[in-house]
Design a binder for this molecule. Structure first.
Ligand code: GLP
Length: 241
């Protein structure tokens, strides 16, 4: 695990450098995308490099980590809509190149299996962007998630619903209780994992991820077992290391 500490702006630039280096070398690379606040500055930087430096996503494909269950197709906080707004619509992905688990599926198990199959058929994820929850979750793999888990339905903890209430006008009750999420086993198959964390609220989770024992109670600690992880932190997120 490579841990790099700088300013929040540097975190975004370093992550963008990794994405850009991959796309320049392999324009048809498969990207793993995360939602939440952590990657927003990265997505701004990628949109800027697309506009100003010709960075192209035209041949790339992308897979989202997770999706809420039960939000209407028009809901602006569906992660499919969020990633469209924050990145896809600002760069040149081809039609249909960005995939998300189907949180509206009637058959949840089939939708999860189809998502795993789609990732496999794409050849696997080359570079996975990750954030981390304050309780150490990755994607929506809450504490207690099997370290070998695959894409499946999960119930959010109260903590995560509180954390995400800010995207739902501050109303934690409006945050769905259920989500579809890539499992930790799915995430661990990506060839390069790039995790971004900024702010003091993440310091404990970052400490557990980097320096704690590997445990399902701190799901991100599973990254210690991956051969190619880059952890990009600002000083506040690194303050417990
Ligand atoms: C969210 C997402 C994760 C994200 C994490 C941290 O709920 N499902 O993919 O990494 O929790 O979110 P944020 O970056 O907003 O702090």
């Amino acid at each position: 695990m490579e841990v790099v500490i700088g300013s929040a702006a540097q975190v975004a630039r370093w992550a963008a450098d990794a994405v850009e280096a991959l796309l320049r070398a392999r324009p048809d690379a498969v990207l793993g995308l995360a939602t939440g606040s952590s990657p927003l500055a990265l997505y701004d930087e990628l949109a800027r490099r697309h506009a100003e430096a010709g960075l192209s996503f035209a041949r790339a494909r992308a897979f989202l980590l997770d999706e809420y269950v039960g939000l209407s197709p028009e809901h602006p906080e569906r992660y499919r809509a969020v990633i469209e707004r924050e990145l896809a619509s600002r760069v040149d992905f081809a039609e249909g190149a960005v995939h998300a688990p189907d949180g509206g599926a009637a058959d949840i198990a089939a939708a999860c299996a189809a998502y795993e199959a789609a990732i496999r058929e794409a050849g696997g994820v080359d570079l996975q962007i990750l954030g981390i929850g304050t309780d150490g979750h990755l994607a929506f793999n809450e504490p207690g998630s099997s370290l070998a888990s695959r894409t499946r339905i999960k119930t959010l903890t109260e903590q995560t619903r509180q954390d995400n209430a800010r995207f739902f006008d501050g109303d934690a009750d409006a945050v769905p209780r259920h989500v579809l999420t890539q499992g930790l086993g799915t995430i661990m198959e990506a060839r390069h994992l790039v995790l971004l964390a900024t702010g003091r609220a993440k310091a404990e989770a970052v400490h557990r991820m980097v320096e704690g024992g590997v445990s399902a109670m701190w799901p991100a600690s599973v990254l210690q077992l991956h051969p190619h992880v880059t952890v990009l932190l600002d000083d506040a997120a690194a303050s417990r290391l």
